[in-house]
Design a protein around this ligand. Structure first.
Ligand code: ADP
Length: 468
Protein backbone atom coordinates (compact mmCIF):
# COMPACT_ATOMS: atom_id res chain seq x y z
CA UNK A 1 0.00 0.00 0.00
CA UNK A 2 1.30 3.49 -0.86
CA UNK A 3 0.63 6.00 1.91
CA UNK A 4 1.30 9.73 1.72
CA UNK A 5 1.46 11.69 5.00
CA UNK A 6 1.01 15.45 4.67
CA UNK A 7 2.32 17.34 7.68
CA UNK A 8 3.72 20.66 8.91
CA UNK A 9 6.21 18.92 11.25
CA UNK A 10 8.37 15.81 11.16
CA UNK A 11 11.15 14.82 13.58
CA UNK A 12 14.10 15.38 13.26
CA UNK A 13 13.50 17.86 10.42
CA UNK A 14 11.22 20.35 12.14
CA UNK A 15 9.68 19.87 15.59
CA UNK A 16 7.43 22.03 17.72
CA UNK A 17 5.70 19.24 19.66
CA UNK A 18 4.32 15.72 19.56
CA UNK A 19 3.08 16.00 15.95
CA UNK A 20 6.71 15.89 14.77
CA UNK A 21 7.46 12.79 16.83
CA UNK A 22 4.46 10.98 15.35
CA UNK A 23 5.16 11.88 11.71
CA UNK A 24 8.84 11.06 12.25
CA UNK A 25 8.03 7.55 13.45
CA UNK A 26 4.72 6.22 12.08
CA UNK A 27 5.86 6.05 8.38
CA UNK A 28 8.97 4.11 9.41
CA UNK A 29 6.84 1.50 11.17
CA UNK A 30 4.43 1.33 8.22
CA UNK A 31 7.41 0.72 5.91
CA UNK A 32 8.63 -2.03 8.25
CA UNK A 33 5.30 -3.73 7.63
CA UNK A 34 5.98 -3.81 3.89
CA UNK A 35 4.11 -0.65 2.83
CA UNK A 36 5.48 2.41 1.05
CA UNK A 37 4.87 5.24 3.47
CA UNK A 38 6.13 8.71 2.54
CA UNK A 39 5.93 12.19 4.02
CA UNK A 40 5.51 15.55 2.33
CA UNK A 41 6.21 18.65 4.40
CA UNK A 42 7.31 22.27 4.02
CA UNK A 43 10.95 23.06 3.36
CA UNK A 44 11.88 25.35 6.27
CA UNK A 45 15.06 27.36 6.52
CA UNK A 46 16.31 25.68 9.71
CA UNK A 47 19.34 23.85 11.07
CA UNK A 48 18.27 20.56 9.45
CA UNK A 49 17.94 21.99 5.95
CA UNK A 50 21.15 23.99 6.39
CA UNK A 51 23.10 20.88 7.38
CA UNK A 52 21.77 18.60 4.62
CA UNK A 53 21.90 18.57 0.83
CA UNK A 54 18.80 18.39 -1.35
CA UNK A 55 17.96 17.73 -4.98
CA UNK A 56 15.09 19.52 -6.71
CA UNK A 57 12.93 16.94 -8.48
CA UNK A 58 10.07 19.18 -9.67
CA UNK A 59 9.54 22.88 -10.31
CA UNK A 60 6.30 24.68 -11.05
CA UNK A 61 4.07 27.64 -10.18
CA UNK A 62 0.95 27.72 -8.07
CA UNK A 63 -1.93 30.12 -7.87
CA UNK A 64 -3.00 31.45 -4.49
CA UNK A 65 -5.91 33.79 -5.22
CA UNK A 66 -4.51 36.48 -7.49
CA UNK A 67 -0.88 35.74 -6.61
CA UNK A 68 1.51 33.36 -8.29
CA UNK A 69 4.29 31.56 -6.47
CA UNK A 70 7.08 29.41 -7.86
CA UNK A 71 7.66 26.28 -5.87
CA UNK A 72 10.03 23.34 -5.88
CA UNK A 73 9.73 19.79 -4.62
CA UNK A 74 12.99 18.58 -3.11
CA UNK A 75 14.30 15.32 -1.70
CA UNK A 76 17.14 14.61 0.69
CA UNK A 77 20.41 13.49 -0.93
CA UNK A 78 21.29 11.23 2.00
CA UNK A 79 18.19 9.97 3.72
CA UNK A 80 18.67 7.81 6.82
CA UNK A 81 15.21 8.43 8.27
CA UNK A 82 13.66 5.12 7.24
CA UNK A 83 11.07 6.74 4.94
CA UNK A 84 11.06 9.07 1.93
CA UNK A 85 10.41 12.76 2.59
CA UNK A 86 9.37 15.28 -0.06
CA UNK A 87 9.85 18.94 0.74
CA UNK A 88 7.78 21.79 -0.68
CA UNK A 89 9.88 24.93 -1.01
CA UNK A 90 8.00 28.19 -1.58
CA UNK A 91 10.50 31.02 -1.02
CA UNK A 92 9.26 34.16 0.74
CA UNK A 93 6.10 32.43 1.94
CA UNK A 94 6.43 28.92 3.35
CA UNK A 95 10.18 28.43 3.53
CA UNK A 96 10.89 30.52 6.61
CA UNK A 97 13.05 29.90 9.69
CA UNK A 98 9.95 29.20 11.80
CA UNK A 99 7.27 26.50 11.53
CA UNK A 100 4.21 28.52 12.60
CA UNK A 101 3.56 32.23 12.33
CA UNK A 102 0.82 34.89 11.99
CA UNK A 103 0.19 34.32 8.24
CA UNK A 104 -0.32 30.57 8.42
CA UNK A 105 -3.56 30.66 6.42
CA UNK A 106 -1.74 31.76 3.27
CA UNK A 107 1.36 29.69 4.00
CA UNK A 108 -0.40 26.39 4.60
CA UNK A 109 -3.01 26.90 1.88
CA UNK A 110 -0.17 27.39 -0.59
CA UNK A 111 1.50 24.27 0.83
CA UNK A 112 -1.65 22.15 0.41
CA UNK A 113 -2.22 23.44 -3.14
CA UNK A 114 1.41 22.72 -4.10
CA UNK A 115 1.15 19.20 -2.69
CA UNK A 116 -2.01 18.36 -4.62
CA UNK A 117 -0.86 20.07 -7.84
CA UNK A 118 2.22 17.89 -7.69
CA UNK A 119 0.36 14.68 -6.76
CA UNK A 120 -1.84 15.30 -9.84
CA UNK A 121 1.27 14.79 -11.97
CA UNK A 122 2.14 11.42 -10.37
CA UNK A 123 1.65 8.40 -12.53
CA UNK A 124 1.22 6.04 -9.57
CA UNK A 125 -0.98 7.92 -7.12
CA UNK A 126 -1.04 7.07 -3.39
CA UNK A 127 -3.57 4.52 -2.18
CA UNK A 128 -4.34 6.68 0.82
CA UNK A 129 -3.54 10.23 1.90
CA UNK A 130 -3.17 10.98 5.59
CA UNK A 131 -3.49 14.59 6.76
CA UNK A 132 -2.29 15.78 10.16
CA UNK A 133 -4.01 18.60 12.04
CA UNK A 134 -5.56 21.80 10.73
CA UNK A 135 -2.55 22.88 8.65
CA UNK A 136 -3.35 20.10 6.19
CA UNK A 137 -7.04 19.60 6.99
CA UNK A 138 -8.30 21.38 3.86
CA UNK A 139 -6.82 18.59 1.75
CA UNK A 140 -9.96 16.36 2.03
CA UNK A 141 -12.11 19.30 0.84
CA UNK A 142 -9.69 20.17 -1.96
CA UNK A 143 -9.43 16.56 -3.12
CA UNK A 144 -13.17 16.01 -3.20
CA UNK A 145 -14.58 19.41 -4.22
CA UNK A 146 -12.06 21.40 -6.24
CA UNK A 147 -12.54 21.17 -9.98
CA UNK A 148 -8.86 20.82 -10.89
CA UNK A 149 -8.37 17.96 -8.43
CA UNK A 150 -11.15 15.82 -9.93
CA UNK A 151 -8.65 13.02 -10.65
CA UNK A 152 -7.89 12.72 -6.90
CA UNK A 153 -11.52 12.35 -5.82
CA UNK A 154 -11.46 8.59 -5.42
CA UNK A 155 -8.30 8.44 -3.32
CA UNK A 156 -9.28 7.68 0.29
CA UNK A 157 -8.07 10.18 2.86
CA UNK A 158 -7.78 10.20 6.62
CA UNK A 159 -7.55 13.20 8.94
CA UNK A 160 -5.64 12.69 12.17
CA UNK A 161 -6.44 15.19 14.91
CA UNK A 162 -3.42 15.68 17.16
CA UNK A 163 -4.95 18.71 18.84
CA UNK A 164 -8.47 20.07 18.32
CA UNK A 165 -7.86 23.31 20.22
CA UNK A 166 -6.24 24.80 17.13
CA UNK A 167 -8.52 24.79 14.10
CA UNK A 168 -6.93 27.27 11.66
CA UNK A 169 -10.04 29.47 11.38
CA UNK A 170 -10.08 32.30 8.82
CA UNK A 171 -12.68 34.68 7.50
CA UNK A 172 -14.53 34.63 4.17
CA UNK A 173 -12.32 37.53 2.99
CA UNK A 174 -9.83 34.80 2.08
CA UNK A 175 -12.27 32.52 0.27
CA UNK A 176 -10.73 33.56 -3.06
CA UNK A 177 -7.49 31.80 -2.03
CA UNK A 178 -9.23 28.44 -2.38
CA UNK A 179 -9.09 27.07 -5.93
CA UNK A 180 -12.34 26.93 -7.93
CA UNK A 181 -15.11 24.69 -6.57
CA UNK A 182 -18.90 24.44 -6.77
CA UNK A 183 -20.06 27.23 -4.43
CA UNK A 184 -23.17 25.22 -3.53
CA UNK A 185 -20.74 23.13 -1.45
CA UNK A 186 -19.44 26.07 0.56
CA UNK A 187 -21.03 24.64 3.72
CA UNK A 188 -18.29 22.01 3.74
CA UNK A 189 -15.83 24.75 4.65
CA UNK A 190 -17.95 26.51 7.22
CA UNK A 191 -18.28 26.31 10.96
CA UNK A 192 -19.81 29.22 12.89
CA UNK A 193 -19.72 31.63 9.93
CA UNK A 194 -16.01 31.22 9.39
CA UNK A 195 -13.91 28.98 7.23
CA UNK A 196 -12.73 26.34 9.65
CA UNK A 197 -10.10 23.96 8.18
CA UNK A 198 -10.32 21.42 11.00
CA UNK A 199 -14.13 21.32 10.83
CA UNK A 200 -13.93 21.02 7.04
CA UNK A 201 -11.51 18.11 7.40
CA UNK A 202 -13.88 16.37 9.80
CA UNK A 203 -16.73 16.81 7.34
CA UNK A 204 -14.85 15.80 4.17
CA UNK A 205 -12.31 13.16 5.24
CA UNK A 206 -13.24 9.53 4.69
CA UNK A 207 -12.12 8.74 8.23
CA UNK A 208 -11.11 10.89 11.20
CA UNK A 209 -9.02 9.74 14.11
CA UNK A 210 -7.58 11.24 17.25
CA UNK A 211 -4.30 10.16 18.82
CA UNK A 212 -5.94 8.30 21.69
CA UNK A 213 -9.34 6.63 22.08
CA UNK A 214 -10.25 8.58 25.21
CA UNK A 215 -9.50 11.94 23.56
CA UNK A 216 -12.04 11.21 20.81
CA UNK A 217 -14.70 10.56 23.46
CA UNK A 218 -13.75 13.75 25.31
CA UNK A 219 -13.94 15.78 22.10
CA UNK A 220 -17.58 14.83 21.67
CA UNK A 221 -18.18 16.79 24.89
CA UNK A 222 -15.51 19.54 24.67
CA UNK A 223 -13.83 20.33 21.36
CA UNK A 224 -13.45 24.09 21.32
CA UNK A 225 -16.77 24.43 19.47
CA UNK A 226 -16.68 21.25 17.36
CA UNK A 227 -18.50 18.93 19.81
CA UNK A 228 -21.72 18.68 17.81
CA UNK A 229 -19.87 18.11 14.56
CA UNK A 230 -17.89 15.24 16.09
CA UNK A 231 -21.03 13.72 17.55
CA UNK A 232 -22.70 13.99 14.14
CA UNK A 233 -19.71 12.41 12.34
CA UNK A 234 -19.04 9.83 15.05
CA UNK A 235 -19.61 6.84 12.70
CA UNK A 236 -16.37 7.62 10.89
CA UNK A 237 -14.40 8.72 13.97
CA UNK A 238 -12.07 6.61 16.13
CA UNK A 239 -8.99 6.91 18.32
CA UNK A 240 -5.61 5.27 17.75
CA UNK A 241 -3.05 5.64 20.50
CA UNK A 242 0.33 7.04 19.49
CA UNK A 243 3.40 4.95 20.06
CA UNK A 244 6.98 5.88 20.81
CA UNK A 245 9.98 5.28 18.62
CA UNK A 246 12.53 3.19 20.54
CA UNK A 247 15.15 4.01 17.90
CA UNK A 248 15.07 7.55 19.28
CA UNK A 249 13.78 6.96 22.80
CA UNK A 250 15.67 4.16 24.51
CA UNK A 251 17.83 4.67 27.62
CA UNK A 252 20.07 1.82 26.46
CA UNK A 253 21.12 3.56 23.23
CA UNK A 254 20.13 7.25 23.59
CA UNK A 255 23.23 9.22 22.59
CA UNK A 256 21.97 12.41 24.25
CA UNK A 257 22.03 11.06 27.80
CA UNK A 258 24.98 11.04 30.21
CA UNK A 259 24.94 7.32 30.98
CA UNK A 260 23.00 4.60 29.14
CA UNK A 261 21.17 1.96 31.13
CA UNK A 262 18.75 -0.94 31.03
CA UNK A 263 16.24 -1.87 33.68
CA UNK A 264 18.73 -4.07 35.61
CA UNK A 265 21.08 -1.13 36.21
CA UNK A 266 18.46 1.61 36.19
CA UNK A 267 19.47 2.74 39.66
CA UNK A 268 23.06 3.61 38.70
CA UNK A 269 22.18 4.78 35.18
CA UNK A 270 19.49 7.16 36.35
CA UNK A 271 21.71 8.33 39.21
CA UNK A 272 24.44 9.49 36.79
CA UNK A 273 21.91 11.45 34.74
CA UNK A 274 20.31 12.90 37.88
CA UNK A 275 23.69 13.99 39.20
CA UNK A 276 24.46 15.74 35.93
CA UNK A 277 21.15 17.63 36.11
CA UNK A 278 21.57 18.48 39.79
CA UNK A 279 25.11 19.79 39.25
CA UNK A 280 24.12 21.80 36.19
CA UNK A 281 21.00 23.29 37.76
CA UNK A 282 22.18 23.50 41.37
CA UNK A 283 19.63 21.06 42.80
CA UNK A 284 19.79 18.76 45.80
CA UNK A 285 20.50 15.30 44.38
CA UNK A 286 19.33 13.51 47.52
CA UNK A 287 15.75 14.70 47.14
CA UNK A 288 13.27 13.16 44.67
CA UNK A 289 13.54 15.07 41.40
CA UNK A 290 10.31 16.09 39.64
CA UNK A 291 10.49 17.46 36.10
CA UNK A 292 8.14 19.11 33.65
CA UNK A 293 8.95 19.26 29.91
CA UNK A 294 6.62 21.00 27.49
CA UNK A 295 4.82 24.00 26.15
CA UNK A 296 3.87 26.54 28.83
CA UNK A 297 0.23 26.94 27.86
CA UNK A 298 -3.14 26.60 29.59
CA UNK A 299 -3.68 23.14 28.07
CA UNK A 300 -0.66 21.88 29.98
CA UNK A 301 -1.80 23.65 33.18
CA UNK A 302 1.11 26.13 33.04
CA UNK A 303 -0.85 28.86 34.84
CA UNK A 304 -0.98 26.59 37.93
CA UNK A 305 2.72 25.75 38.04
CA UNK A 306 4.14 28.68 40.00
CA UNK A 307 1.59 28.39 42.85
CA UNK A 308 1.69 24.60 42.90
CA UNK A 309 5.51 24.49 42.86
CA UNK A 310 5.72 27.10 45.62
CA UNK A 311 3.44 25.09 47.86
CA UNK A 312 5.00 21.74 47.04
CA UNK A 313 8.54 23.04 47.59
CA UNK A 314 7.51 24.55 50.91
CA UNK A 315 5.55 21.57 52.22
CA UNK A 316 7.65 18.69 50.81
CA UNK A 317 11.28 17.72 50.62
CA UNK A 318 11.68 17.59 46.82
CA UNK A 319 13.44 19.24 43.85
CA UNK A 320 11.76 20.50 40.69
CA UNK A 321 13.31 21.21 37.28
CA UNK A 322 11.25 22.63 34.40
CA UNK A 323 12.05 22.87 30.68
CA UNK A 324 9.64 24.75 28.44
CA UNK A 325 8.50 27.95 26.88
CA UNK A 326 5.24 29.60 25.90
CA UNK A 327 2.99 31.98 27.78
CA UNK A 328 5.10 34.95 28.91
CA UNK A 329 3.28 35.37 32.26
CA UNK A 330 3.98 31.72 33.13
CA UNK A 331 7.61 32.08 31.99
CA UNK A 332 8.02 35.15 34.19
CA UNK A 333 6.44 33.50 37.27
CA UNK A 334 8.55 30.38 36.83
CA UNK A 335 11.76 32.36 36.48
CA UNK A 336 10.86 34.41 39.55
CA UNK A 337 10.65 31.27 41.74
CA UNK A 338 14.35 30.56 41.22
CA UNK A 339 15.56 32.99 43.88
CA UNK A 340 13.12 31.82 46.50
CA UNK A 341 13.95 28.14 46.13
CA UNK A 342 17.63 28.17 45.23
CA UNK A 343 18.97 24.63 45.54
CA UNK A 344 15.63 22.86 45.08
CA UNK A 345 14.07 24.55 42.05
CA UNK A 346 15.31 25.63 38.64
CA UNK A 347 14.00 26.10 35.12
CA UNK A 348 15.29 26.51 31.61
CA UNK A 349 12.94 28.64 29.54
CA UNK A 350 13.48 27.55 25.95
CA UNK A 351 13.61 24.48 23.74
CA UNK A 352 16.40 21.93 24.16
CA UNK A 353 16.05 18.44 22.71
CA UNK A 354 19.21 17.04 24.36
CA UNK A 355 18.31 18.40 27.79
CA UNK A 356 14.82 16.91 27.50
CA UNK A 357 16.32 13.42 27.00
CA UNK A 358 18.60 13.81 30.03
CA UNK A 359 15.61 14.97 32.08
CA UNK A 360 13.53 11.90 31.14
CA UNK A 361 16.57 9.80 32.14
CA UNK A 362 17.60 11.62 35.32
CA UNK A 363 14.25 12.45 36.93
CA UNK A 364 12.40 10.38 39.47
CA UNK A 365 8.99 11.73 38.49
CA UNK A 366 7.50 13.51 35.45
CA UNK A 367 4.71 16.02 36.02
CA UNK A 368 1.83 16.26 33.52
CA UNK A 369 -1.16 17.97 35.15
CA UNK A 370 -2.63 18.74 31.69
CA UNK A 371 -6.10 20.18 31.24
CA UNK A 372 -6.12 18.75 27.71
CA UNK A 373 -3.83 15.97 26.50
CA UNK A 374 -4.76 14.41 23.14
CA UNK A 375 -2.29 11.58 23.65
CA UNK A 376 0.80 12.85 25.39
CA UNK A 377 4.13 11.35 24.49
CA UNK A 378 6.12 12.61 27.46
CA UNK A 379 4.53 10.15 29.87
CA UNK A 380 5.40 7.28 27.52
CA UNK A 381 9.01 8.48 27.21
CA UNK A 382 9.13 8.78 31.01
CA UNK A 383 7.90 5.19 31.43
CA UNK A 384 10.55 3.91 29.06
CA UNK A 385 13.27 5.77 31.01
CA UNK A 386 12.03 4.51 34.41
CA UNK A 387 10.59 7.87 35.46
CA UNK A 388 7.24 7.59 37.20
CA UNK A 389 4.54 9.80 35.63
CA UNK A 390 2.38 12.04 37.84
CA UNK A 391 -0.55 12.88 35.59
CA UNK A 392 -4.06 14.24 35.45
CA UNK A 393 -6.73 11.71 34.48
CA UNK A 394 -7.46 13.06 31.01
CA UNK A 395 -7.13 12.29 27.28
CA UNK A 396 -4.35 9.90 26.36
CA UNK A 397 -2.96 10.10 29.90
CA UNK A 398 -6.04 8.19 30.99
CA UNK A 399 -5.33 5.56 28.31
CA UNK A 400 -1.67 5.09 29.26
CA UNK A 401 -1.18 5.65 33.01
CA UNK A 402 -2.80 3.61 35.79
CA UNK A 403 -2.62 4.74 39.40
CA UNK A 404 -0.49 2.75 41.86
CA UNK A 405 -3.55 2.27 44.07
CA UNK A 406 -5.23 0.57 41.13
CA UNK A 407 -2.50 -2.00 40.70
CA UNK A 408 -0.86 0.46 38.31
CA UNK A 409 2.42 2.34 38.02
CA UNK A 410 1.78 6.09 38.13
CA UNK A 411 0.26 8.79 40.30
CA UNK A 412 -3.04 9.97 38.86
CA UNK A 413 -5.08 12.99 40.00
CA UNK A 414 -8.50 14.12 38.89
CA UNK A 415 -8.43 17.91 38.71
CA UNK A 416 -6.19 20.48 37.09
CA UNK A 417 -5.82 22.45 40.32
CA UNK A 418 -3.04 23.54 42.66
CA UNK A 419 -4.49 21.40 45.45
CA UNK A 420 -4.58 18.24 43.33
CA UNK A 421 -1.10 18.86 41.95
CA UNK A 422 0.37 19.34 45.42
CA UNK A 423 -1.30 16.28 46.87
CA UNK A 424 -0.18 14.18 43.87
CA UNK A 425 3.40 15.38 44.44
CA UNK A 426 3.10 14.41 48.12
CA UNK A 427 1.88 10.93 47.16
CA UNK A 428 4.88 10.62 44.83
CA UNK A 429 7.26 11.77 47.57
CA UNK A 430 5.78 9.13 49.87
CA UNK A 431 6.30 6.46 47.20
CA UNK A 432 9.90 7.61 46.70
CA UNK A 433 10.56 6.97 50.38
CA UNK A 434 9.13 3.45 50.17
CA UNK A 435 12.37 2.41 48.49
CA UNK A 436 11.61 -1.17 47.52
CA UNK A 437 8.13 -0.40 46.14
CA UNK A 438 9.57 2.58 44.25
CA UNK A 439 12.25 0.38 42.63
CA UNK A 440 9.73 -2.33 41.81
CA UNK A 441 7.51 0.16 40.00
CA UNK A 442 10.49 1.63 38.20
CA UNK A 443 11.37 -1.82 36.81
CA UNK A 444 7.75 -2.47 35.92
CA UNK A 445 7.34 0.70 33.87
CA UNK A 446 10.55 0.19 31.91
CA UNK A 447 9.12 -3.10 30.64
CA UNK A 448 5.90 -1.55 29.27
CA UNK A 449 5.80 -1.75 25.47
CA UNK A 450 4.36 1.44 24.01
CA UNK A 451 6.22 1.14 20.70
CA UNK A 452 4.64 2.02 17.36
CA UNK A 453 4.19 -1.56 16.15
CA UNK A 454 0.59 -2.08 17.26
CA UNK A 455 -0.51 1.46 16.41
CA UNK A 456 1.07 1.41 12.94
CA UNK A 457 -0.96 -1.73 12.25
CA UNK A 458 -4.12 -0.03 13.55
CA UNK A 459 -3.60 2.75 10.97
CA UNK A 460 -3.10 0.18 8.21
CA UNK A 461 -6.34 -1.56 9.27
CA UNK A 462 -8.12 1.79 9.11
CA UNK A 463 -6.80 2.43 5.57
CA UNK A 464 -7.78 -1.08 4.48
CA UNK A 465 -11.33 -0.51 5.68
CA UNK A 466 -11.71 2.41 3.28
CA UNK A 467 -9.59 1.22 0.37
CA UNK A 468 -11.83 -1.80 0.06
P1 ADP B 1 2.40 18.53 22.58
O1 ADP B 1 2.47 17.98 21.19
O2 ADP B 1 1.03 18.88 23.03
O3 ADP B 1 3.36 19.66 22.80
P2 ADP B 1 3.33 15.89 23.41
O4 ADP B 1 3.46 15.27 24.75
O5 ADP B 1 2.49 15.16 22.41
O6 ADP B 1 2.85 17.38 23.60
O7 ADP B 1 4.81 16.02 22.75
C1 ADP B 1 5.72 16.91 23.21
C2 ADP B 1 7.08 16.62 22.57
O8 ADP B 1 7.80 17.85 22.52
C3 ADP B 1 7.93 15.67 23.38
O9 ADP B 1 8.85 15.03 22.52
C4 ADP B 1 8.67 16.62 24.34
O10 ADP B 1 9.84 16.04 24.86
C5 ADP B 1 8.96 17.76 23.37
N1 ADP B 1 9.14 19.08 24.00
C6 ADP B 1 8.17 19.95 24.38
N2 ADP B 1 8.70 21.08 24.86
C7 ADP B 1 10.04 20.93 24.80
C8 ADP B 1 11.17 21.78 25.15
N3 ADP B 1 10.99 22.98 25.67
N4 ADP B 1 12.41 21.30 24.92
C9 ADP B 1 12.59 20.06 24.38
N5 ADP B 1 11.58 19.23 24.03
C10 ADP B 1 10.34 19.66 24.23
Amino acid sequence: MKILHISAECYPIAKVGGLADVVGALPKYQNNKGHISEVIMPFYDNSFTQKNNFTTIYTSDLELGNSNYSYEIKTLDKNTLGFEVFFVSIPNLLSTDFVYSFDDTDRFLAFQIAVLDWVLTWEKKPDVVQCHDHHTALVPFLMTQVVKYKKLRKIPNVLTIHNAQYQGWFSYDKLHLIPDFDKARIGLLDWDNQINPLASGIKCAWRVNTVSPNYMEELKLHANGLELLLQHESAKCSGILNGIDPEVWDPQTDSYIVKNYVSRIAQSGKKANKEYLCNKFNLDKDKPLFVFIGRLVGEKGADLFASAFERALTESSISILLLGSGNSKAEHELNALKNKFEGTYNCYIGYDEKLSHIMYAGADFLLMPSRVEPCGLNQMYALRYGTIPVVRNTGGLKDTVLDIDNNGFGIVHENASVTDMVSAIKRAEYLYNETSKFKRIRNKIMAINNSWDASAQAYVNLYNSIIQ
